[in-house]
Design a protein around this ligand. Structure first.
Ligand code: FDA
Length: 503
């Protein structure tokens, strides 16, 4: 994998035997930049200093991906795989170190095939969540798929890293509902669940696909939803009792009936409670009054929005006025620079800490947002070793710290990134510990990055970030990596290092 080797024409020549030239973009191609930018979500990773790919390959079938792997290995070009481009550190299309690599962009592979009779679907990795949800709802308004809120997220990255949204308490993670998958491995083989074997099939359901190969498609279980669901969004200011409501929410939300999901967004001096209930407003109101009085006693029918499940997708993510068709829009506005990180909370945080979070951290001029997603019920009922995602029984909720800024702002985002990092440091006594857990799909390189020793990522060095995302499952992921890719062909700054058996 030396530059001199790959700077030759050998890699594109090799590809040309299997892939039409128009599906391969070299840096010199006039369309290269627009194809590269097409799904970059965070402009922090498209600056002049960003290490970019030398080629982008846009396959239209499995054999193209197989050829990219075979040619990449033969001619010293690593591959990074991009589905929806939402990676928080841009690892699907950029490198933090100088590296010779090509991007395999799966946006042309985005079919969704629904089997209504068996309540299953095959979905290609390049489809967005919006495209998947839309196809499911077209087949039936009483079927759904439990995954994330943002409709432009790619299926490939999301499913291989876990995936949770408003149905997480009823049906768990997206990966808890994966039945089969098609993977191109580092030898260029196309493998289904049986052919890849139980260890690798386990690993790609939450351990990050990019460490194990290129996942082309997923067979998923669709889940039943009632024809009418109820959503609400209720802001509560500090003056109206936000501190008490959030303090109470921590204990209530993870213990509610599994058909009720209530998350909280903390911004400025307001806690906004957003909920999805799998039932009608008439059924929801008594549950709220009985189980969550701090909010329930002020609630009435005017707070409820009854709708179908598919209508709840734009309701939660795109705001009022958005239609169901809008979730098909793949265009990602890369205007906002972002920095995110995450925590898990296993013991409710004291009221006085919430007071200082509101009065201090959220009142600062450069403050961002805290998003609290409740766990419990189905997501917590799955045993920790069942998938690589370990944040199960005992977790009350996930916190995501988010800050945003625009190009040309003062300081280029330094103050906003500092806010996230300083708040994360402040939260240490309140978050999970030994290890302090983090959600892999909210990737953060501040947690640590791989060290390459002898051309292979180091298992020991990877523990620093790997055990935060995967706890005890990190070791099993490294053994699975060794089974399918012992040479560490598929690697990035936070890919799973290979670990030989008996180590
Ligand atoms: P992208 O294409 O950037 O890939 C992410 C990682 O997966 C990269 O390392 C990439 O190489 C690898 N990868 C992608 N496709 C692959 C494939 N086919 N085979 C092998 N490896 C592959 N999460 C969540 O759980 N719930 C939520 O509600 C949200 N909401 C949300 C909103 C917004 C605005 C953003 C930016 C992100 C989220 N997320 C989220 C996080 C999201 O789930 C996470 O970033 C996913 O990895 C994104 O998947 P993409 O395919 O879009 O990313």
């Amino acid at each position: 994998f030396t530059t001199s080797h790959a700077a030759s024409d050998e890699f594109p020549q090799c590809l040309s035997a299997s892939i039409l030239g128009q599906l391969v973009y070299a840096q010199s191609s006039p369309s290269f930049t627009s194809v590269l930018l097409s799904s970059i979500r965070n402009p922090r990773f498209s600056t002049p200093a960003t290490v970019r790919p030398l080629w982008i390959i846009t396959p239209t079938n499995a054999s193209h991906v197989q050829a990219a792997v075979v040619c990449g290995r033969r001619h010293g070009v690593r591959l990074r795989v991009r589905s929806g481009g939402h990676d928080y550190e841009g690892l699907s299309y950029s490198s933090k170190r100088p590296e010779v690599f090509a991007v395999v962009d799966l946006s042309n592979l985005r079919g969704v095939r629904i089997d209504k009779q068996n309540s299953t679907a095959w979905v290609d990795s390049g489809a967005t969540l919006g495209e998947l949800y839309y196809a499911v709802a077209q087949a039936s308004n009483q079927l759904a798929f439990p995954a994330g809120l943002c409709p432009t997220i790619g299926v490939g990255g999301h499913l291989s890293g876990g995936g949770f949204g408003t149905l997480l308490r009823k049906y768990g993670l997206a990966v808890d509902n994966v039945l089969d998958a098609l993977l191109v491995d580092a030898r260029g083989r196309l493998l289904d669940r049986d052919a890849m074997g139980p260890d690798v099939f386990w690993a790609i359901r939450g351990g990050g696909g990019e460490s194990f190969g290129v996942v082309l498609s997923w067979q998923v279980r669709l889940v039943p939803v009632p024809p009418t669901v109820t959503a609400f969004r209720i802001p509560v200011t500090v003056d109206e009792g936000a501190v008490d409501a959030v303090t109470r929410w921590q204990e209530v939300a993870p213990a509610l009936p599994d058909d009720l999901f209530i998350r909280v967004l903390l911004q400025n001096q307001t806690a906004t409670f957003e909920a999805l209930y799998l039932g009608t407003c008439d059924a929801l109101l008594p549950v709220m009054r009985c189980r969550f009085r701090e909010l329930g006693m002020t609630m009435n029918r005017t707070h409820c929005q009854e709708m179908t499940w598919i209508q709840s997708v734009p309701y939660f993510y795109l705001g009022s006025g958005a239609t169901v068709e809008d979730i098909l829009n793949r265009t990602t506005a890369a205007g906002t620079y972002t920095k995110m990180t995450s925590d898990y909370v296993r013991q409710a945080i004291r009221r006085d800490a919430w007071e200082s979070i509101f009065a201090g951290w959220l009142a600062r001029p450069d403050a961002g947002i805290m998003i609290l997603d409740p766990y419990g019920a189905a997501i917590s009922g799955v045993p920790e070793p069942a998938t690589p995602f370990p944040h199960r029984a005992g977790v009350l909720y996930n916190i995501q710290y988010v800050n945003l800024w625009f190009a040309g702002g003062d300081g280029g985002g330094a103050a906003q990134m500092k806010w996230v990092r300083d708040l994360y440091a402040f939260m240490e006594p309140y978050a999970s510990s030994s290890p302090r857990e983090a959600y892999f799909n909210y990737r953060d390189l501040d947690l640590g990055a791989n060290v390459v020793v002898g051309n292979v990522s180091s298992y020991e060095a990877g523990k620093v970030w790997g055990e935060k995302y995967f706890r005890d499952n990190y070791k099993r992921l490294a053994l699975a990596k060794n089974e399918i890719d012992p040479d560490d062909f598929f690697r990035n700054e936070q890919s799973i290092p290979p670990l030989g058996p008996g180590k």
